[in-house]
Ligand binder design. Structure first.
Ligand SMILES: O=C(O)CCC(=O)C(=O)O
Ligand SMILES: [Fe+2]
Length: 313
């Protein structure tokens, strides 16, 4: 399994959770998002009596009945993190003891879902930036972290499975470097057109109830629309990093969401010593290479990378 994870940047592990656990978790998640079972929400929707529903990412409380960020307050959902095998798998794939970054409920509701790109070649991105502002290194094993999705029900081809690019976790650093050169980056984590990056043949992440999908935070992937718009897709998600990377990889850091607007300009202008107070590796750390410094220059326009460059061995 470790070999497969290292090669592909993701792996599906079936039967990590029992059918009973998943059914209880799905019921709880539906209560959280719809305030009722999904079939009943769908009936209301088809009668024109229901509007939008959140996906768990936003904090717009008018769209979310319950709380989507961990812990949500319902043991059927929160206690999924206690699964020993699940934690052992994390440890195996990370190659170190894990540290929590974030966990949340991720719902896509077919009839109202808009969380997919316009074109099949666009929308590919890495999730790394959610918990870490340091751009991808070619050393994925050491510096990426791992996201996982627990499948609360079967996800088939018509249920909007995620689209994964096998092996792209070790290529992201170079794809981004070239992307910046050629104007093929839509943001620090999004490639504009994967065809121009020589990437193709995405694999749909179909899976059975009770499986866990583990994928590298450097893995390029995208969303696709529901073929069957009456379906929903409910994941319990968790992100964890290596314990020896947890100073600069964590959700509870000052770089997240609203804070970034203030933090990123500050961190760009400040000194390496002060950056290290906020968890950045210091000059001389093996994260810094010509390659990562080049990407840092793009991610933090105006940053003085000289102190890091001078310390390259
Ligand atoms: O919903 C999906 O299939 C993928 C979503 C995704 O990649 C994201 O939200 O970061
Ligand atoms: Fe993503």
């Amino acid at each position: 399994m470790l070999e497969q994870f290292k090669r592909d940047g993701y792996i599906f592990v079936p039967d990590v959770f029992s059918a009973e656990e998943m059914d209880a978790a799905l019921n709880a998640m539906e209560r959280n998002f719809y305030g009722k079972p999904y079939p009943s929400w769908l009936e209301d929707f088809e009668r024109g009596e229901q509007g939008s529903v959140g996906d768990g990412f936003t904090t717009k409380q008018d769209e979310v009945v319950g709380r989507s960020q961990f812990p949500v307050g319902d043991p059927a959902l929160d206690r999924l993190i206690e699964n020993e095998r699940y934690l052992d798998l994390y440890e195996l794939f990370l190659g170190d003891r894990p540290t929590y970054c974030n966990a949340h409920l991720f719902m896509r509701t077919g009839p109202v879902d808009k969380r997919y790109p316009d074109e099949s070649w666009s929308g590919y991105h890495v999730d790394h930036n959610t918990n870490c502002v340091l751009p991808p290194s070619t050393d994925a094993g050491r510096f990426s972290y791992i996201n996982s999705g627990v499948y609360l029900h079967d996800v088939d081809d018509d249920g909007a499975p995620m689209l994964l690019l096998p092996g792209s976790h070790t290529r992201a650093a170079r794809v981004f470097g070239e992307g910046w050169e050629k104007g093929n980056m839509a943001s620090v984590s999004h490639v504009r057109d994967i065809r121009k990056a020589g990437l193709k043949d995405p694999v749909p992440a179909v899976g059975k109830r009770g499986s866990a999908l583990f994928y590298s935070s450097y893995l390029l992937h995208s969303a696709q629309p529901f073929e069957n718009k009456k379906k929903q897709r409910a994941f319990w998600t968790l992100s964890m990093c290596r314990r020896d990377a947890d100073r600069w990889t964590r959700f509870s850091n000052p770089f997240i969401y609203g804070e970034r607007e203030y933090m990123l300009p500050f961190i760009t202008q400040t000194t390496p010593r002060v950056r290290s107070l906020f968890g950045w590796p210091e000059p001389g750390h093996p994260y810094y290479t010509e390659q990562t410094l080049d990407l840092l220059g793009h991610a933090f326009p105006g940053i003085d990378t000289a102190p890091y460059r001078d310390a390259l061995s």
